[in-house]
Design a protein around this ligand. Structure first.
Ligand code: NAD
Ligand code: USQ
Length: 385
């Protein structure tokens, strides 16, 4: 297949591009390198020493003999470059990672709120409008988030995208499938709920075939392909804006920094290892929706954990204490979360669990590169209110 990977220099995009190239697909990456520029804005870097995109691609060619093309432009702004690329490069599939993905970054100021909304919603709309204008049949695979559902399932298992409802009207019982009611917890998550509507509309009006992957929090760093050479190493964010909770705890444990649990740590979240992320995307590409089918949604997660339980688990294994800090976010103190994820399991996903990879991650990545950590960047300084 010919696959365009939008946002292919990022944490999920880079290992996905390598994995799909390894499988023999033709890959081109589009990325405006804005994530690297945000590192400069935040005066913080990936814990792992990621190499410039040119060196990454040269190394991959050296190691695998395969070429990955690269185009540097902004998908949210340069519509005609995107359209021309689609028309001339002729992708079968477009994978869309090209969004601002940090909830704390999206809440820092009105500039960051506006940037996140403009970037994410325009990127998605440009991709869909360009596919319509190109008149081509292209499967769009989007990296969405579990956060579109909100974090609380009131004892119910969150279904994969759609909720079956029964309404009583004029003495009749009407059954319908609706998009699960969105309940975003940040401006970033809000953009993902808006993406869902764009997908539903373009699917209904233009028949675009779309898969929306509602992904949980990704942990880990390396995949089989990024491990092949240090110059292919994936990024690892640990700072208060981009570091996600489990990778932050692993890095904090490696440098004996008390684990920063927000509030009571009563939030329950869904998790997935980066190796399973790339495998899920492969499965999604190999199982596109049929012509005329509605947007297909997969819950891309493998386990759920309460944040304070995760902290306790890591603390017990490493001896590093827990510090309960004031929660910078506006979120419930406690929530439960039960998630349906049978679609990927039925299609052959064999999940990596926390038990399998946790300590390897602490020693192979977090401890190895701990000399690059700037401790002043660990506390979260973005406040919801
Ligand atoms: P990332 O920031 O590491 O990667 C995103 C990439 O997209 C970056 O390389 C960035 O430069 C590029 N980009 C952003 N806007 C662009 C634009 N307008 N034009 C061109 N390139 C652009 O993020 P990630 O962690 O790889 O996340 C990728 C996707 O997966 C996001 O959409 C995110 O919402 C979703 N996701 C991530 C996680 C996670 O834990 N990391 C969990 C669930 C879902
Ligand atoms: N948290 C802590 N301590 C920390 C960091 C976070 O207790 O040091 C808590 C937060 O308060 C929150 C939870 O951990 O309750 C998760 O925070 P996070 O930063 O790991 O994850 P989140 O903001 O939800 O965002 C991440 C990705 C985003 C993706 C989302 C998937 O950055 O792109 O969409 O995970 S999900 O959470 O399932 O919506």
């Amino acid at each position: 297949m010919r696959i365009l990977v939008l946002g292919g220099d990022g944490f999920c995009g880079w290992p996905t591009a390598l994995h799909l190239s390894h499988l023999g697909h033709e890959i081109a990456i589009v990325d405006n390198l804005v994530r690297r520029k945000i590192d400069i804005e935040l005066e913080c870097e990936s814990l792992t020493p990621i190499r410039p995109i040119g060196e990454r691609l040269k190394t991959w060619k050296e190691i695998s003999g395969k070429t990955i093309e690269f185009y540097n432009f902004n998908v949210a702004k340069h519509y005609h470059r995107l359209l021309n690329l689609i028309i001339h490069w002729h992708p079968d599939t477009i994978i869309h990672f090209a969004e601002q993905r940090s909830a704390p970054y999206s809440m820092k100021s009105s500039y960051h709120k506006r940037y996140t909304v403009n970037n994410n919603i325009n990127a998605t709309n440009n991709i869909l409008a360009a596919i319509v204008e190109s008149n081509m049949d292209i499967h769009v695979v989007h990296l969405g988030t579990m956060g579109v559902y909100g974090y609380g399932s009131a004892g119910m298992k969150i279904p994969e995208g759609y909720l079956k409802i029964q309404v009583q009207s004029d003495g009749r019982t009407i059954e319908r499938d609706i998009l699960y009611p969105p309940d975003p917890g940040s401006i970033y998550h809000l953009t993902k709920t808006q993406d869902q509507l764009l997908f539903a509309y373009y699917n209904k009006n233009d028949g675009i075939r779309i898969t929306d992957l509602h992904q949980g929090i990704v942990w880990g760093t390396q995949t089989l392909e990024t491990k092949l050479d240090e110059r292919l190493i994936n990024r690892f964010d640990y700072d208060g804006d981009y570091g996600t909770v489990l990778n932050r705890f692993l890095m904090q444990a490696a440098i004996s920094y008390p684990l920063t649990v927000h509030g009571t740590g009563g939030q329950t979240r869904a998790f997935i290892h980066i190796q399973d992320t790339v495998r899920c995307i492969q499965i999604a590409i190999e199982n596109p929706p049929k012509e005329g089918e509605r947007v297909q949604v997969f819950n891309q997660m493998t386990e759920t954990h309460r944040i304070r339980d995760l902290a306790k688990m890591i603390s017990e294994r490493t001896g590093v204490p827990i510090e309960y800090v004031t929660n910078p976010r506006n979120e419930a103190e406690e929530n439960d979360l039960h998630v349906e994820n049978s679609r990927f399991l039925e299609l052959g996903l064999e999940p990596i669990t926390l038990n399998d990879g946790l300590m390897e991650e602490v020693s192979d990545i977090a401890r190895k590169y701990s000399y690059r950590c700037d401790k002043s960047k660990i506390p979260c300084r973005s406040f919801w209110r």
